[in-house]
Design a protein around this ligand. Sequence first.
Ligand code: C2O
Ligand code: CU
Length: 639
Amino acid sequence: MTTAQLIALDQILFILVAAVWAAAGGVALTAARQPREAARRTFLAAAALCAAAIAVTALRLLVTVGLARAGWSLVAEKVTLALPLVVVPALASAVISLPRLLRPGPEPSARRVAFPLLVTAYGAAAGIICGVVISYPVTAGGVVAVLALFSGASALTWRLLTPGPLSPGRLSPGRRSGDRWRLAGVSVLLVALIWAVSGNWSGGHLHAGHDATAFGVPVDQLLGPSGREARRFTLTARPATVRLPSGRTVEAWSFNGQVPGPVLRVRQGDLVEVTLLNRLPGQPVTIHWHGYDVPGGEDGVPGVTQDAVKPGQSHVYRFRATDPGTYWYHSHQNSSLAVPRGLFGMLIVDPAQPPKGDHTVALHTFGDRLTMSVDGSAPTDERATASIPPGSPVRLRIVDTDSLPLTLGLSGVPYRIAAVDGGDVPGATDLTGRRLHLAAGGRYDLTFTMPSRPVLLCAEGHPGLLIRNPGPGAPAPAAASGPVVDITRYGSRVPVPGRFDQEVTWVLDRTLALVDGVPKLGYTVNGKAWPYIPTPLVRQGQTIKITVVNRGRDTHPMHPHGHHVQILSRDGVRANGLRMDTFDVAPGEVWEVALIADNPGIWMSHCHDLNHAAQGMEFHLAYEGITTPFDVSAGNHPA
Ligand code: C2O
Ligand code: CU
């Protein structure tokens, strides 16, 4: 079984274990009101349920052992808290309740027999809560909350099952003092619970140690060079209407009235200067250079590297285009709204010798239609076409600008993945009929030599791009349907760092957290949601190993700003050392990547499923000695 399957099974077992123990306890309890013969039969039914409960509990133990093999962070709270809470009372039930259910004595007390069964059910239920409240690491607050609920429920049940003050009867002075004690008990419990839970969710201030009062270099002084020879562009954010060939119209936000925004194409070594003007009513904007490792102050993250550019205002971005490759840009203010609506475009840095036959392909969903924009043309949800003479070299620069991964395929010709996330793939080999998995925000450059027959680039959910020769055409090839390429093992292995100055773990999960001040099921990193996720602190020159563990059931395209990482391993299998800036961590997966701290700043890191980012999955990586005068309050809203 894969780790993802074990996680799914574990979540089902969670509920099943609690349900069967509760059923066993409930059935045993009903015997208290029955005449003796009927009670015996009821006890037997309860015994059968108890046996079943023991079996599913054992199965849960096995599943946990399986998960533990994938990593301690997948099971820590289960091993230390959730399982003991169910296993210990389960053993007590097996020893105390089960024999009495099978062979009730002359005066069997249904209540006594049911109590261990019910406590086991509470333990199992506490385990469910444990999975919702605590992720990794296990926090004292979370443990207190879960234990308080468990012991509170058990004590109350004991009280209810014991004939006494709670049974119907006249109020007596004793009863009143008992009430006071119970009231006191419940309030202490509640206070403990609120304290524990809120402490578990919130945390220190996001920019603690790096805010305007701290000593250091402000991030807005880390700027790109300016020069008269700069390549200058102006991007004006304004509303636009997109008309898809299928007939749909979408009210979009655009750069320069175009959706996607203009393809910015520069030459390696150029100075780039982009002026952003905001003419979008009521919506602030920034520009983030996705995958381009620009100086810290040019990163375009509101509240971190600048203030969001309000309607009517402008901002200039400058950087030197040192790295050739395929990149993209997008607004980072309310990005989960702005990017889907169209505030993005491609950034292509051509090498000194620009390749021939170079085409850009931006994939984007408008409404519910996956569209393709070839070479900056208007997006189409119908089949796109291009005409290329046979024998010419072709490079397709493909970006997934959506929040979900795409399955791509190229058929009709052997092809190579020449570059991933802007960087060349060393030792890229020919692929025939294979499909590709492209992470949200990621880029692939596919290269091939145009054959004499047509070639089809397809993306699941879109009719594709048909590339044919000029002149009368042969029929389109069938869409590629071969196995999906494992990008972490494609090409040749490149050297990776073997020694690390620091190790950082990002455990991705879906747990109860404070999201925009409201407790809800959020997307969490190390048990917390933005802005309470602790910021790893690095020093310039350090090599950092990041272990990313996905405990949840969603795929998370992780995107650290300002840096590329090298992929070291996935699920314990050594990887090719490929450089990526957006890597898809599927449910249950464990990735190890290396990051070299060579670009000082305060960097956003987040899941590029922008809805997940908006629900908490965004955090920082900060350099020692760098501060920020900006704040994520005051109208700055990165996700
Ligand atoms: Cu496409 Cu924070 O980025
Ligand atoms: Cu995500």
